[in-house]
Write a protein that binds this ligand. Structure first.
Ligand SMILES: C[S@@+](CC[C@H](N)C(=O)[O-])C[C@H]1O[C@@H](n2cnc3c(N)ncnc32)[C@H](O)[C@@H]1O
Length: 227
């Protein structure tokens, strides 16, 4: 064995779960412009929702947020849109949001909300995994958990980051509609396996130590209080 060679080769990726994905490793580091080609192909707003009303699934999450006990807590909102979450929780919780859409990033910054920070980041990227302190969030909101997954390796990196970013007892909240939607415009389409049902979500969640609870169309992935 050549020790120099073996030391420089990254260990092969070992998937933590199997729900039938073909594309295990796309081999490209995800970045902010990864979905640019798809965005240009779509004839409707795909990524930049700064001037759009929240999607139906985001709106359902927001209805839940109105009476949720989140006062004084730290919330990570993945998929900024028109910053509806930050505006709704203004004065109640600290909100951090991430987006790949420059329009959403600029719109969020223009709002001047005191406890709101937005980051232009791809959630599947190494940058996202490294950006925030461990156990920094009580709650993560992402209505499109797997909708933009380029491959299993990078989706797993995202879930690994979520498990690390949540405080013990914290949770990820997602919605049935967004679980079932994947990027499908003819450019850089997402494998249909990432259209999640309850069983697939359960398999992914279990691989990262989350327990799934369903309340109607809302799905909570809870990090146990003691791990
Ligand atoms: C259809 S818009 C929805 C916006 C908002 N969540 C809503 O539902 O109204 C999709 C959002 O997901 C974000 N997004 C898509 N892929 C992403 C990725 N890989 N990393 C981070 N954000 C992503 C886009 O920037 C945009 O904010």
């Amino acid at each position: 064995m050549n020790p120099t060679f073996s030391a420089s080769v990254a260990p092969a990726f070992q998937p933590r779960f199997d729900i039938g994905a073909d594309r295990i490793d796309c081999g490209r580091e995800p970045h902010v412009d990864t979905h640019q080609g798809a965005d240009e192909r779509a004839s409707w707003p795909l990524l930049d929702y700064s001037n759009c009303e929240p999607t139906e699934d985001q709106a359902a999450i927001n209805r839940w947020l109105r009476s949720a006990a989140l006062d004084g807590l730290d919330v990570l909102h993945v998929g900024t849109g028109n910053s509806s979450v930050a505006r709704l929780l203004d004065g109640r919780a600290r909100v951090v949001s991430v987006t790949v859409a420059r329009g959403e990033f600029e719109h969020a910054q223009s709002l001047g909300l005191r406890d709101y920070r937005v980051h232009l980041l791809n959630k599947h990227s190494r940058d996202f995994a490294d950006r925030f302190a461990a156990a920094g969030f009580d709650c993560v909101l992402d209505n499109n958990l797997a909708s933009f997954a380029c491959c299993q390796r990078h989706l797993e990196r995202y879930f690994d980051a979520l498990a690390r970013l949540l405080k013990p007892g914290g949770f990820v909240l997602t919605h049935w509609l967004g679980m079932q939607w994947t990027l499908d415009v003819g450019v850089d389409d997402v494998e249909t396996v990432w259209r999640l049902d309850a069983a697939k979500l359960e398999a992914i969640a279990a691989a990262f130590g989350f327990q799934v609870e369903r309340e109607g169309e809302l799905f909570f992935l809870r990090r146990p209080a003691r791990t």
